[in-house]
Design a protein. Sequence first.
Lengths: 197, 174
Amino acid sequence: MTQFFDDDGLRSLWRQGGTALAALPLAEIKARAATFDRAIGRRNRREYAATLFVTLIFGLYALILPEPLLKAGSLLVIAGGFVMAWQLSRRTSRPDPDAEATDIRAYYRARLATEERMLASVGIWYLGPLIPGLVVFMAGLAAAGGFGSALGFAAFAAIPALIFIGIWLLNRRAAAMLRAQIERLDAVSPPTEGKEK
Amino acid sequence: MAEADQDRLFAEVIDRFGGALARLARGYEADADLRRDLEQELQVALWQSFATFDGRCSLSTWVWRVAHNRATSHMLARKRHAQRGWSSIEDVEIADVDAIPFERADSDRAMALILSIIDRLDPPDRQILLLYLEGVAGAEIGAVTGVSADAVATKIHRFKSMLTRRYAQAGDAS
């Protein structure tokens, strides 16, 4: 079998095992290129739908709940939801034909770095915008006497707090793994000097 | 670029690189259905990319970059769960490479060994080895991947050494 492991042997073997490309008609390719843009639109619409749901629920609270703090908290949650959806849409990576024509190492490193930044800052752009509204809303619930005692309030407040902390820690951990990948990439594959882009 | 020129360039590229693109997809995706999806994604990506092809690099370098970068996106999207298992070729242990059943023909065993190593590699090293297997010259591999020619040569040497050692170990075990 070692005859396969010189340059010519390996390349010959690699070509032998290949299947033909399942070629798409040009019209289909153009249709898919257009569909892909629409798919990004669909994904964004899902994010907007979730924001709309939050807006409707807390909008209803703002209208019917009597306590001013509950009204203010509801409006702040709605505002936070809009900020979160906007940030999610802005930060989501999309295929970029121009970026795809850059060298492979730069493209891969940029993808990892974008994802790392997104995950590392999740507390600011994903969780952060919702916190003021939730805090004010819960303060409103406490003011309305909905928890009975300070202990009851603390137990209720602990639930969203633990969820937020869990999400934050998981994302920080994922970001640290990506940073390690980037560092390894930089150490193992130093870029060429003055490379063509 | 005018759309007619984009179409013409795309047809030329599929004619010239069609087989290589199918083999590239095999190096990224083992599942037959997902591989077909990837082949189609590659064609869409290439056609789209030619709208901005400006001769900043050779046509083949452009094709390799776009195809490998889109395949990397496919890897990241579809195999996120497997990402922790990828490594550079320097970190792949020979013992981790799958044992190849002896009842298979020599060429099948050699191919399975190659794919077993490639499947463990992170995108940058995977791309270097797939380009090498396609017969792309070291200098062009460097231009496509953004890695120095010395680093490319080192990784290819390591790959061939692993294949030979793994085969020798299989022989000792039989």
